[in-house]
Design a protein around this ligand. Structure first.
Ligand code: AMP
Length: 295
């Protein structure tokens, strides 16, 4: 292991170093947390490290821009990379170890296994990013098995991803508690995202309309109105605000992500969206709780 160039945070690049560090903590009776990331860290990522620190004695953040979760026409090559800055930010919030493997360490020659989570991976981003959740589920399974944390923290920002991971952890009996962290936003409501760096100044003025329109739709859905007309009106408002394309704006069961015609009285629902401003794809989601007494 070596120190990060900009700070005291130790960096593990190979699995042996990682496992030795975690084993030493375990031998000392310490609880271990994991926060997987693709780097270009912002306050949203760091909030997950803080959540992990509240539930574990030692926290590993992983940084791996996972090629298998990007489609051939997506932004893998352009994805922002800033490891030295990331290491300094992680050290500042009290993270104990950065695990930053390279692609050959993650996918050695001959690698041939894919983890597919049916059901929750289908629809929404699963339709628009074929193979994306297989890439996510496979790399997260590997990270969980390499680190063997007591707790792993993921953002609600990527809500479908969080449900995919909850499902795979349950189905594969992985001995880890999955925790979802709330979405951290800019003051104007835009969810923090590494991809916000792609926005031009003009696009940045359009982007907050996603959260604004979703909040309006969420309020209407919370009253029990039929989803169809509410969501159609929402899509029109997003286009009028300057979004080039709305891939989906959908009301779903909060756990299974099954489509809903209206907010159910007895189960939590979630409103989810993906939309493009210019060439940048933004996603967001909100809870749609039942209003007490409204049926
Ligand atoms: P990424 O680096 O985009 O793969 O994200 C790593 C983790 O950070 C994932 O669990 C994301 O859901 C989470 N995350 C990304 N953006 C935010 C945000 N604005 N607030 C909270 N968590 C986030």
């Amino acid at each position: 292991m070596s120190d990060a160039p900009n700070g005291p945070l130790p960096v593990a690049r190979d699995t042996g170093d990682l496992r030795r560090a975690v084993a030493a903590w375990r031998a000392a009776g310490l609880r271990v947390g994991l926060v997987p990331t693709m780097g270009a860290l912002h306050a949203g990522h760091l909030s997950l490290v803080t959540l992990a620190l509240a539930r574990a004695d030692r926290v590993v953040a992983s940084l791996f821009v996972n090629p298998t979760q990007f489609g051939p026409a997506e932004d893998f090559a352009a994805y922002p990379r800033a490891e030295a800055e990331d290491a300094a930010k992680l050290a500042a919030v009290g993270c104990h170890l950065l695990y930053a493997p390279d692609a050959a360490t993650m996918y050695p020659a001959g690698f041939a296994t894919t983890v597919t989570v049916e059901g929750v991976s289908r629809g929404l981003c699963g339709d628009h990013r074929p193979g994306h959740f297989e890439g996510v589920a496979t790399v997260v399974t590997k990270l969980l098995l390499r680190v063997l944390p007591d707790v792993a923290v993921f953002g609600e920002k990527d809500y479908q991803q969080l449900q995919v991971i909850r499902r795979l952890v349950a189905d594969l009996d992985l001995p880890v508690t999955v925790v979802g962290g709330p979405t951290v936003r800019e003051v104007d409501g835009l969810a923090l995202s590494s991809r916000n760096a792609y926005l031009t100044a003009e696009e940045r003025t359009i982007a907050p309309a996603l959260y604004r329109v979703m909040t309006e739709c969420g309020d209407a859905l919370q009253q029990g109105l039929a989803a169809g007309p509410v969501l159609e009106a929402g899509i029109r408002r997003l286009v009028a605000a300057g979004f080039a394309e709305v891939e989906y704006l959908a009301l779903r069961d909060a756990e299974t992500l099954a489509p809903l015609d209206a907010r159910p009285a007895d189960r939590p629902a979630r409103l989810l969206a993906a939309a493009r401003v210019g060439r940048t794809r933004l996603i967001d989601n909100l809870p749609v709780p039942a209003v007490a007494g409204s049926g």
